[in-house]
Design a protein around this ligand. Structure first.
Ligand SMILES: NC(=O)c1ccc[n+]([C@@H]2O[C@H](COP(=O)([O-])OP(=O)(O)OC[C@H]3O[C@@H](n4cnc5c(N)ncnc54)[C@H](O)[C@@H]3O)[C@@H](O)[C@H]2O)c1
Ligand SMILES: O=C(O)C(=O)C[C@@H](O)[C@H](O)[C@H](O)COP(=O)(O)O
Ligand SMILES: [Zn+2]
Length: 364
C-alpha cells in the first residue's frame, strides 16, 4: 500500500521542512526548492550511489538545467566517517568551484549525512545542505536537527558543528533496498523516542513490530513521521543542546563508547550500540533508584522482539569503556553526565554520576 507524502515542519531561527514519502527523489522541483545558487554536490557512498545518485542527478538537471552538478562517492560504513574523507568532500567542492550559494545533497545514511553536513558547515563558513536520507536511522534521526560530525579514534563525533539542513527529503521507497540489519538499527532510535518522551509510542511499536520488521510501507511511514515530530519539536526548542535535547542521547554514552572501543569497523553498528546502551542506561538508572526492574525488563523484551542486541559484545573491558565515557561530549570537568530513565516516556539528565555504579552496570 502506498502512503501519501507527509510534511513535518521544524521552526526556530533556521526553519526547514521534512518531507516523507515514496518516490520523492525523482521530484526535481522539491529537490531544488531551496536552491539558491548554481552548484550542487551530491555526496554519497559506494552502496547508495549506484542505486540512487543517477536519479537524483537527473531530477536536479530536469528542474534546473543550468545547474553544475558533481558527484562525490565514498566507501560505505562508519569507519569512513573520518577527517580524511571530510577533506575529500572539501576538495570536491573546490574542484566544482562551489560558491557560497552552493548546495550539498547528502544522499545516504547517517554517515554520509553527518560528514557531508559537516563539510557544508565548513565550506566558506557555511553553505546549504539538503539531507536525502536513505536508511531508516537517517530518516528518523540523523537527517534532522543539524548535528554534523566526523569520528576520530579517540571518540565518536568529536569534531563537528551544528548546521541545520535547508530541507530533509526522505524517499521511503529507498528503504526497500535497505538490508534488514540496517532497518533494525533504525528501529533502535525509534524505540529511543518512545522510551524518553512517548510511552504510548512504545505500545504502538510493540503492536506493530511484525509490520515494521517486514518493512511495511504504512507502518514505517507512521514510525518515521512520529519520530521526526518528536525530534523536530525537541531540536526546535533546544537546537544547541543546552537542555532537553540531551535526552536524545539516551543510550549513547554507553553506545558511543562501544563503537569507539570497537574501532568503528567491527562489531555493532550505531543503532545496535544504542540498543545495548539504552539497556545499560536503564540498568544504571535502576542502580541509582530510578527505573524499576520491571520497566527495564520490558525494555529488554521490546529490543529483543525487534532483533536488537541487549548485551555487551565479548572482549570489551568495562574499564576501557568507562575511560571512553570520560571524553563523551556530555561529560563535564566535574564528572560524567548521563541520560537516565524514569520508566516509559520519561528520562532526565543526571550529572556527577558515580563511576562505580557505571562499572557495576557494565559488569551486569
Ligand atoms: N546527526 C545526528 O543527529 C545523528 C543521529 C543518529 C545517528 N547519527 C550517525 O549516523 C550514523 C549511522 O547512520 P546509519 O545507520 O544510516 O549508517 P550508514 O550511513 O553507515 O548506513 C548503513 C549502511 O546501509 C547502506 N545503505 C544506506 N542506504 C541504503 C539503501 N537505501 N539501500 C541499501 N543500502 C543502503 C550504507 O551504504 C551502509 O552500508 C552514525 O555515524 C551515527 O553517529 C547521527
Ligand atoms: O540529535 C541529537 O541530539 C542526538 O543525540 C541524536 C543521536 O541519536 C545521535 O546519534 C547524535 O549524533 C549523537 O550526538 P552526540 O552529540 O552524542 O555526538
Ligand atoms: Zn544516535
Amino acid at each position: 500500500m502506498s502512503t501519501a507524502p507527509q510534511i513535518v515542519a521544524v521552526g526556530g531561527n533556521a526553519p526547514y521542512r521534512i518531507h516523507i514519502g515514496a518516490g520523492l527523489l525523482d521530484d526535481g522541483v522539491l529537490l531544488t526548492a531551496t536552491l539558491r545558487g548554481r552548484h550542487a554536490l551530491i555526496v554519497s557512498d559506494a552502496n547508495v550511489a549506484p542505486l540512487y545518485a543517477k536519479r537524483v542527478e537527473a531530477a536536479l538537471r530536469a528542474a534546473q538545467p543550468d545547474l553544475r552538478i558533481a558527484r562525490h562517492v565514498i566507501d560505505a560504513g562508519e569507519a569512513e566517517k573520518t577527517l580524511a574523507n571530510f577533506g575529500g568532500v572539501i576538495d570536491a567542492l573546490a574542484t566544482l568551484g562551489a560558491t557560497r550559494d552552493a548546495c550539498i545533497y547528502a544522499l545516504g545514511g547517517g554517515v554520509m549525512g553527518d560528514m557531508a553536513g559537516f563539510a557544508a558547515a565548513c565550506w566558506m563558513r557555511g553553505i546549504d545542505v539538503v539531507q536525502l536520507p536513505t536508511t531508516l536511522l537517517a530518516m528518523v534521526d540523523s537527517s534532522v536537527g543539524g548535528k554534523t560530525a566526523v569520528d576520530i579514534p579517540q571518540g565518536k563525533n568529536l569534531v563537528g558543528a551544528f548546521h541545520p539542513p535547508r530541507a530533509v527529503i526522505a524517499d521511503t521507497a529507498t528503504l526497500r533496498s535497505l538490508p534488514p540489519r540496517e532497518l533494525r538499527a533504525g528501529l533502535a532510535e525509534v524505540i529511543k523516542y518512545g522510551a524518553i518522551v512517548d510511552a504510548e509510542f512504545l505500545r504502538w511499536l510493540e503492536a506493530h513490530c511484525d509490520a515494521l520488521l517486514a518493512a511495511d510501507d504504512a507502518a514505517l511511514s507512521a514510525a518515521i513521521a512520529r519520530s521526526c515530530t518528536h525530534k523536530a519539536a525537541i531540536t526546535e526548542r533546544d537546537p544547541f543542546e543546552h537542555g532537553e535535547r540531551a535526552l536524545l542521547n539516551f543510550g549513547h554514552t554507553f553506545g558511543h563508547a562501544i563503537e569507539a572501543e570497537q574501532g568503528y569497523a567491527h562489531g555493532f553498528n550505531h543503532g545496535e550500540a544504542v540498543a545495548v546502551g539504552m539497556l545499560l542506561a536503564a540498568k544504571l538508572s535502576g542502580l541509582l533508584g530510578m527505573a524499576s526492574d520491571a520497566d527495564t525488563s520490558t525494555l529488554r523484551s521490546l529490543l529483543q522482539r525487534f532483533g536488537l542486541p541487549v548485551e555487551l559484545p565479548t572482549g570489551l573491558a568495562p574499564d576501557a569503556l568507562l575511560a571512553r565515557m570520560r571524553l563523551d561530549k556530555k561529560a563535564q570537568a566535574s564528572g560524567l553526565r548521563f541520560i537516565l530513565w524514569n520508566g516509559p516516556g520519561t528520562a532526565s539528565v543526571v550529572k556527577d554520576v558515580n563511576e562505580a555504579a557505571v562499572l557495576q552496570a557494565l559488569r551486569g
